[in-house]
Write a protein that binds this ligand. Structure first.
Ligand code: S3P
Length: 170
């Protein structure tokens, strides 16, 4: 069984993916962590030292690498991974159960305000700018996320509830 979690920054892909992998007794792969360990640099430093275009190239190369190796697993993508090279379609057609963790703008802004420093795309934004940025960016990305086989609204749900919903759909 191969499951991929996708969605906007701070939608819970990593924490839900980790828990889901425990519940299903599967390997867990977090693409951002994989990139960081291969490049021996944090995502923040990759953006700072090499730029976003370099990051997108590495993200795509490492996704192919993970897909070529991965047996049954839960894979959490980065927020931008589905939006470059139409990766949601690729994952759907290669047998992955793709799940979009759909969060509302208020939830995302609230979480990102607390975790902004970890995310280079939003680290420099003020609170007012953050709301506008997330609304526009999510609108642009939604078409890629919504190609997932399963869509779950995650606002006000616990990690356990979300894992249960995913498990029921498998
Ligand atoms: C990004 C999301 C991040 C990380 C990078 C770019 C994006 O991952 O891959 O900062 O473009 O949305 P998370 O979604 O895990 O924060």
């Amino acid at each position: 069984m191969k499951i991929v979690l996708l969605g906007y920054m701070a939608s819970g892909k990593s924490s839900i993916g980790k828990r889901l992998s425990e519940v299903l007794d599967l390997n867990f792969i977090d693409l951002d962590t994989y990139i960081e360990s291969c490049d021996k640099m944090s995502i923040k430093d990759i953006f700072k030292n090499k730029g976003e275009i370099y990051f997108r190239r590495q993200e795509s190369i490492y996704l192919q690498e993970v897909l070529a190796q991965a047996t049954d697993c839960v894979l959490s993508l980065g927020g931008g991974t589905p939006c470059y090279g139409n990766n949601t379609q690729l994952l759907n057609s290669t047998g992955y159960h793709t799940v979009y963790l759909r969060a509302g703008i208020a939830t995302l802004v609230d979480r990102l305000t607390k975790e902004k420093q970890l995310r280079p795309l939003v680290a420099q934004l003020s609170s007012d700018q953050l709301t506008e940025y997330v609304a526009k960016h999510l609108f642009e990305r939604a078409a890629f996320y919504e190609q997932a086989k399963q869509i779950i609204s995650i606002d006000n749900k616990s990690v356990e509830e979300i894992c249960k919903e995913i498990k029921l759909a498998l």
